[in-house]
Design a binder for this molecule. Sequence first.
Ligand code: PBE
Length: 268
Amino acid sequence: NQGGIVASKFHNQIIGIDPGSGIMKSTAKAMQDYKLDSWKLIEGSSTAMTAMLDKAIKSKEPIIITGWTPHWMFTKYDLKYLDDPKKTYGESEEIHTIARKGLGQEQPTAYAFLDRFKWTPEEMGEIMVAIQGGQSPEEAAKDWATKHRDRVQEWTKGLAKVNGQKLTLSYVAWDSEIASTNLLQYVLHEELGYDVTSLQVEAGPMWTGVASGDVDATASAWLPLTHADYWSKYKNQVEDLGPNMTGVRTGLVVPAYVDVSSIEDLNK
Ligand code: PBE
């Protein structure tokens, strides 16, 4: 199957990210739901994907990527989501904080802070844009915490500081999660006295680490849909501290100049 005229314009490719990510699974499902038989989903990483997006935009070439919000790419480029009338990418997605069982009893300060931690896509966007502009993630998180003292205080008010206790977070090198994890690490260390290790891993180990208790928490669980299979596998072995952000989204994304508006158009 050579595919239709639309597919050929894009070399029959959807530019994906790391294979363990939820968006790759949703996209595989979208390709079934919308019968995109002649299309190929290309595996890579968020870094490779944004590099290809940048290159395509510079020469105004057609490109389709697996995208999500919050992400700095929507600030830097004029992009649009393709309509998803079958709702394969879900309706209202949230980012949850997931803790290992027992964290509340053993590290009540970290637990209380992680439980309170909740921010907005705009707030996260400030850190992402700073990193994209060349700041290190550590510096960008520190600057954010300094600028938003009131927010940090809301999250940490009245919590007893600890004395160098070890705490481990897991995350994947997705731009959004680099931003949140660096901020958590900064606050847990600077404000609450923890000795924090942030493990950058693949999506599977991010979840299994918390489920096995090797990792204390992750703030990178996209629910209910994006990480649905990880959730159904590990929900009895972890504690869900609820959303740290609402109103997030995943889907297929194209530059605004691309003349396609719905996933349904891709098999034409
Ligand atoms: N993402 C960003 C992740 C969650 C955070 C949408 C790329 C995914 O699993 O697809």
